[in-house]
Write a new protein. Structure first.
Length: 107
């Protein structure tokens, strides 16, 4: 089950990055067109660019909330595991500490 969480987080991150790139590219194109246009067309292009930026901001907010929920679930699952397997958790923490100490002492 633990191997699924990073994949879900990675795919959510990839989707966020692609959505943001798309929104920013669209906004950039529209702003370049607006710089060359005049009058009503320029106003329309600026409004569309702002809409693209707002869409990117909304996507970022939604993805942030999703990632926070996933993080809370991981914390809850870890807490439940430690509560039901305290000695295993102590052993894992001890081994991790030894490995980290060995790596840091090499520097």
């Amino acid at each position: 089950m633990a191997s699924r969480k990073p994949i879900a987080t990675q795919s959510a991150s990839d989707a966020l990055i692609e959505d943001l790139k798309s929104s920013l590219d669209q906004a950039e194109r529209l702003l370049h067109e607006a710089a060359q246009a005049t009058g009503e067309k320029a106003n329309d292009l600026r409004a569309r660019a702002l809409q693209a930026l707002d869409q990117g901001r909304a996507t970022l907010s939604e993805t942030q909330e999703s990632l926070l929920q996933q993080g809370r679930k991981v914390v809850q699952d870890t807490d439940e595991y430690v509560q039901s397997n305290p000695w295993k958790a102590v052993g894992i923490a001890g081994v991790a500490g030894l490995l980290l100490g060995a790596l840091l002492s090499r520097r």
